[in-house]
Design a protein around this ligand. Structure first.
Ligand code: ZN
Length: 242
């Protein structure tokens, strides 16, 4: 086992997920990990959930996953996101909802930690956008590497003896004695201005991180959102990577 694909924030985008999984096969990926938010925003929750479930890999609880399966009120969500959560609840079977409900918030597997948001209170889904927020995570991160998502913005945070540093997403060799908090970006709704589907390949023998960015049929994903009667702005944003 050496080439591990880490997928996150798939968000019911079947067109993006299929392209990513085809790339994983072409890249000789041997294992899969998922940082959560399988559902929300896009129009194929059932299909995406079944594909991810079929991978048989560890999947963390994302905030959209949590709200879809918990029937909690949606005060924390903007109107468009909340509308899709309520729509998604109606699309999934009881069995699929039960599968979501059983997802863990964090897990250590194959020597790395997985979490959707941050190890600093994973159940409140805080966002990590700067070094201070990354530092709060590092205090709770027990393994050298932790993969996360949630912001939909790929980023590497590195903890050395002298402090926390932010490294733009790039092919990267991990150094011994340092800690890494790695945002794997989003398969289904990238927000860093690049609309291509994003995931990471971690080679745990070579100790390398590789960001993969892939074109997919954005028009098809947009058409599915419109056909389902979901908010137009969720279709529009896919084209801009925002
Ligand atoms: Zn998300």
């Amino acid at each position: 086992m050496s080439r591990i694909a880490i997928l996150g924030d798939i968000h019911s985008n079947l067109d993006a997920l299929e392209v990513v999984l085809a790339d994983c096969r072409a890249q000789c990926v041997t294992d899969y990990l998922c940082t959560g938010d399988v559902v929300g925003y896009n129009a194929c929750p059932h299909e995406c959930l079944e594909i991810v479930r079929g991978l048989g890999c560890p999947v963390m609880m994302g905030n959209h996953d949590f709200y879809v399966c918990s029937e909690q009120d949606l005060d924390d969500f903007n109107a468009a996101a909340a509308q899709v959560v309520e729509w998604t609840r109606r699309q999934l079977s009881e069995d699929e909802i039960a599968w979501l409900r059983a997802l863990p918030f964090t897990k250590t597997v194959k020597g790395v930690t997985l979490v959707h948001s941050t190890m600093d209170n994973p159940e409140s889904f805080g966002y990590v956008f700067d070094n201070l927020q990354a530092e709060a995570n590092f205090i709770m991160q027990k393994t050298p590497i932790c993969f996360h998502g949630h912001t939909h913005c790929p980023m590497i945070y590195e903890r050395t003896m002298s402090g926390v540093y932010r490294i733009d997403p790039q092919d990267f060799k991990l150094q011994m004695g340092r800690k890494y908090f790695i945002n794997v970006g989003s398969v289904g709704q990238p927000r860093d201005g690049d609309p291509r589907a994003t995931y990471v390949i971690y080679d745990n023998v070579e100790k390398t991180i590789q960001y993969r960015r892939l074109n997919y049929n954005i028009e098809a994903a947009q058409a599915r959102i419109r056909a389902a009667g979901l908010p137009e702005r969720l279709a529009a944003r896919l084209a801009f990577g925002q």
